[in-house]
Design a protein around this ligand. Structure first.
Ligand code: 5GP
Length: 180
């Protein structure tokens, strides 16, 4: 059992649920015709995607991609690699990228570029968390749940070394990197 005690609470499960519901309403409102194809960036966004789609009141398709960045477990050196691409046809479709967190922006901008290159007619980003203080590349974020400080965050799908993804609340990892 992972000890929860030392991890400071940042965003409670109740606030997350309220915000996810609000994001689902915004997306539905902005796509009055066909819903976009939701593409979740694994692994961290799996919990957010699961909650987001269950708040949607219209049928929605989803797919997954997996990217990895080089560097240590709490920082990246800027190179992103595609580990799993989408299988759904993307050409001519509106796509919504579902992210857990946008930090440097490198992963998200890679995902958006990849989907545009495959012929998506539009690509928008929906992220639960935005950590703007560490941005290295500009990324337009259409849907943002919470803006978070420059701390290393875990829970609700986000891990440290594959731990803590199961936590229902979003917490700050004690000893997490506070470096820019
Ligand atoms: P990027 O720096 O490319 O925007 O984000 C790369 C990835 O780093 C994110 O998808 C996420 O998996 C991870 N990441 C960035 N900041 C945090 C954080 O505070 N906590 C956790 N657990 N992962 C993070």
């Amino acid at each position: 059992m992972t000890p929860v005690e030392p991890l400071e609470l940042l965003i409670s499960r109740e606030r997350i649920a309220e915000t996810v519901k609000h994001l689902a309403r915004q997306v539905e409102r902005d796509y009055p015709g066909e819903m976009p194809l939701l593409v979740a960036v694994l692994k961290g966004s799996f919990v957010f995607l699961a909650d987001l789609v269950r708040e949607m009141q219209r049928p929605v398709e989803m797919d997954f991609m997996r990217l990895s960045s080089y560097g240590s477990s709490t920082s990246t050196d800027g190179r992103v690699r595609l580990r799993l691409g989408v299988t759904a046809p993307v050409k001519g479709r509106d796509v919504l990228v579902v992210e857990d967190i946008v930090d440097t922006g490198l992963t998200t901008s890679y995902a958006a570029r990849y989907l545009r290159r495959r012929g998506a007619s539009s690509v928008r980003i929906c992220t639960l968390l935005d950590k703007p203080s560490r941005r290295q590349v500009p990324v337009a974020l259409e849907y943002v749940g919470f803006i978070v400080p420059n701390r290393f965050i875990v829970g609700y799908g986000l891990d440290f070394d594959e731990k803590y993804r199961h936590l229902a609340d979003i917490r700050i990892l004690a000893g997490g990197s506070d470096e820019p």
